[in-house]
Design a protein around this ligand. Structure first.
Ligand code: GLA
Ligand code: ZN
Length: 680
């Protein structure tokens, strides 16, 4: 393992993707001047230069990159160096067609676009790590090299012959015998029995799947997702290993994407030294979505600070409607990244390109080329704030006593499951996770986002939305967690299958029956207009979408709310089981935001989970701490100003003024206030 990213820097990194190769040298000088004005200290170089760096099988040319590396070093900039392997050269595709993917429809691709290499192509597996190693060897001596950025936004899928062969090997390794594959996938169904591994073909539109999200054969589709994620990870690990040969102390990362479904980031985090991600929320996206993904990125490396690798400084070009971030929003969102654990905030891109696909994508320096634009001036304010703080916040961590499970295997499997609904809105695992996370976020409860495999014992409150798949050992760990005093919450459609999607017989929620103290006998699913209701804590809430019908409770379990309509009126909609020293709750249906807020506010209190600050609409409050003290971040997402009362004495970090406990502070619309309490 290399050092952490935070150890390599002296201030919060600020900057982003920089492509001087697209510009004449006079422009470089102008860039340097504007970077200084904006407090920019970090450039991500070489993201898409493979074609320039490698001209034939064993012919490389680093002259341009050498020049750029020298130039930015002379200008005092830190470098995050990309390996350039996210788009292969055209000559390579024509000389070695195995590098080209086969798409979901079974069509062999030709050269074009990006993120275009087959992860099991012998050519790709040879030349991509080789390039990474050559770059590391060549630029190891640059002390301003602060991190490696492997490839870029790994994504997409392949269904070629090489992938098919590798998949069969992956299955042999996992299951040993074809009989075991047949058992695990339940192939006695629809005459799917296999007699030989070579009979297994990749699941796509030509075979089992009607779309990427619906399949006739869950076992194989689920394993193929796991396999493709593993395949890409394997390639990433090869690049990382080459890099480590020459620069063992320079940490490596790759930029993850917001709620990206194809890669199991929990597994990926193990080969990276730190996590980073790209945040491009849509116009109507709930703000908690971004906060949750920040928390997830931080949690993936045990709470170690992460990096916001990309966001737009003002506007995107690829969304359906590319809205300008309103005044104050980019600064607020940049601080939000830091508030949730980022030690760097970077943009795509630093200078807006003149041609091709991204010429209408925003940049720090716009086509006008001036530092006098509205957006540039706002960006410069944040850059100078980061600059002025030096290392004060670096390495700061967040203590969370609440955790929410976001598990890829569970997401893939629950969404592939045919039933109880085919409505993507109903099936969405993300939506259900967000129902709970949004409440935690609104309550200003510091939260970690973890997988089923992670350690539960360090939390007081553990929430498992749709725990459809219960993997081996999870039941035991949840029972121990609750027995020892933890509070566990599960939601409708949980405890259904094992790790290969075979149903746990003997009643739902399978292995969670004991800890939850319930038996779910039937599951009702109704169209959106068909609502039920329940009363909880004296207030009526809607029930919608899924309705688990609980027909018996253990003596230790009691209903907290009951359905009010239909033939299951009177049956529990929310239950609470006493189990050892703790409690296990079940929310048998889905409800509206106010329910999750009220419910979690009650059980968090009961579980001894303390919010960082009281809940105020539109106000987000988080905490980080390091040897320089404890920092409370107040972020006003509202369009109106807001008054807060300081919960402790300290110093206003951004102004340097002293602050007393109980002081009133007015946050302007989109305003940020950070309270520093000195270290004891
Ligand atoms: C992604 C990519 C970048 C760029 C941006 C545009 O995040 O990593 O190369 O295309 O999107 O928003
Ligand atoms: Zn392939």
């Amino acid at each position: 393992m290399g050092k952490s990213f935070s150890d390599r820097i002296k201030r919060i990194s600020y900057g982003g993707d920089y492509n001087p190769e697209q510009w004449p040298k006079e422009v470089w000088a102008e860039d340097m001047k504007l970077f200084r004005e904006a407090g920019i200290d970090t450039v991500t170089l070489n993201v898409f230069s493979w074609a320039a760096l490698q001209k034939a099988d064993y012919e490389y040319d680093f002259s341009k990159l050498d020049e750029i590396m020298e130039y930015v070093r002379e200008n005092g900039l830190k470098v995050i160096l990309a390996t350039s392997t996210a788009a292969h050269p055209a000559w390579m595709a024509s000389a070695h067609p195995d590098i080209l993917r086969v798409n979901y429809y079974g069509q062999k691709r030709k050269f074009g676009a990006r993120h275009n290499s087959c992860p099991n192509s012998p050519t790709f597996l040879k030349f991509a790590p080789r390039l990474a190693g050559k770059l590391a060897e060549r630029y190891a001596k640059y002390e301003n090299l602060i991190a490696w950025h492997i490839s870029n936004e790994y994504n997409s899928v392949c269904y070629c012959k090489n992938c098919e062969a590798a998949f069969r090997d992956w299955l042999k390794e996992k299951y040993g015998t074809i009989e075991e594959v047949n058992r695990a996938w339940c192939t006695s169904f629809w005459s799917h029995t296999f007699y030989d591994f070579d009979e297994i073909v990749v699941p796509n539109k030509l075979t089992e799947e009607t779309s990427r999200f619906e399949t006739c054969f869950q076992g194989i589709s689920l394993d193929y997702r796991r396999f493709l994620s593993d395949s890409m990870l394997h390639e990433c690990a090869l690049e990382a290993a080459e890099i480590k040969k020459y620069t063992p102390d320079v940490p490596v990362t790759t930029n993850f994407m917001h709620f990206f479904k194809d890669l199991d980031y929990r597994k990926w985090a193990d080969v990276l030294d730190f996590t980073s991600w790209d945040s491009y929320p849509f116009f109507d996206e709930d703000r908690a979505d971004v906060s949750m993904w920040h928390d997830y990125m931080r949690s993936l490396k045990g709470g170690q600070p992460m990096l916001l690798m990309e966001q737009t400084p003002n506007v995107t070009n690829w969304q359906k409607y590319n809205f300008i971030r309103r005044p104050g929003v980019v600064r607020l969102w940049s601080w939000r990244s830091v508030a949730h654990g980022a030690d760097g905030v970077l943009f795509f891109q630093l200078r807006r390109s003149q041609g091709a696909m991204e010429k209408m994508h925003g940049a720090v320096i716009d086509h006008v080329g001036l530092g006098t634009t509205r957006s540039f001036k706002e960006l410069a304010v944040t850059g100078r704030e980061f600059e002025a703080l030096g290392d004060t916040l670096l390495g700061a961590r967040t203590d969370a006593s609440a955790a929410i499970i976001f598990d890829y295997d569970n997401m893939w499997a629950s969404e592939y499951c045919c039933g109880p609904s085919r409505d993507p809105e109903y099936k969405s695992y993300r939506n259900e996770v967000m129902r709970f996370y949004k409440a935690l976020n609104a309550l200003n409860i510091s939260t970690e986002v973890i997988a089923e495999e992670d350690d539960f014992d360090k939390y007081r409150l553990l929430i498992a939305p749709i725990m459809y798949m219960v993997k081996p050992g999870v039941r035991e760990r949840i029972e121990r967690f609750v027995e020892n005093g933890g509070t566990f919450v599960a939601s409708a459609f949980s405890g259904i299958v094992n790790e290969t999607d075979l149903v746990y017989l003997g009643g739902y929620p399978g292995p969670l029956k004991k800890v939850l103290g319930i038996w779910v006998e039937e599951i009702d699913c109704l169209p959106p207009e068909e609502k039920n209701s329940f009363v909880y804590g004296g207030k009526r809430y809607e029930a919608k979408q899924y309705f688990d019908i609980i027909s018996s409770l253990d003596p230790t379990c009691r209903p907290l709310a009951a359905y009010e309509h239909d033939f299951y009126a009177g049956k529990p909609a929310v239950t609470k089981n006493d189990f050892g020293k703790g409690f296990a709750y079940y929310v048998a249906t889905r409800s509206s935001d106010d329910f999750y807020f009220d419910f979690l506010s009650y059980i968090a209190k009961e579980a001894g989970v303390r919010p960082v600050y009281e809940a105020v609409p539109g106000l987000e409050v988080t905490e980080r701490h390091n040897e320089n003290g404890r920092f409370t971040f107040f972020l006003n997402h509202n369009d109106d100003s807001l008054e807060i009362t300081l919960p402790a004495a300290g110093r206003a970090l951004l102004s340097g003024e002293n602050a007393a406990k109980g002081d009133k502070v007015v946050l302007e619309p989109k305003g940020v206030f950070i309270l520093q309490e000195s270290a004891k």
